[in-house]
Design a protein. Structure first.
Length: 119
């Protein structure tokens, strides 16, 4: 199993920045992709960005130019740098990891970290 622990959320004013971090532990050798989702109040959870072990990244179009995903594979950590934050970015941000182990695909969620952007 892989466990994920996020940090870095908080309260920020509109136009500000935050950097989220997520550290994986456990069977980290089995990780292929790490990423971030978010869920705003009253809305469905949505993908923000994902990055493979090789560094190939996907960021949702609406967040390109403001959000950047990066990884430190040696430290089993994924980051989400968020700039020019707006109130609509307020959400719980969840770290994810997925991979393949013992013949099966797997996918895990972190516990989430709250990001609140005030106007």
């Amino acid at each position: 199993q892989v466990q994920l622990v996020e940090s870095g959320g908080g309260l920020v004013q509109a136009g500000g920045s935050l950097r989220l971090s997520c550290v994986a532990s456990g069977n980290t050798f089995a990780i292929k992709t790490m990423g971030w989702y978010r869920q705003a109040p009253g809305k469905q959870r949505e993908l923000v960005a994902r990055m493979s072990n090789s560094g190939s990244a996907n960021i949702v179009d609406s967040m390109k130019g403001r959000f950047t995903i990066s990884r430190d594979n040696a430290k089993n950590t994924v980051f989400l740098q968020m700039n020019s934050l707006q109130p609509e970015d307020t959400a719980v941000y969840y770290c994810t990891a997925d991979g393949f182990l013992y013949g099966s695909d797997w996918f895990v969620w972190g516990q989430g970290t709250q990001v609140t952007v005030s106007s």
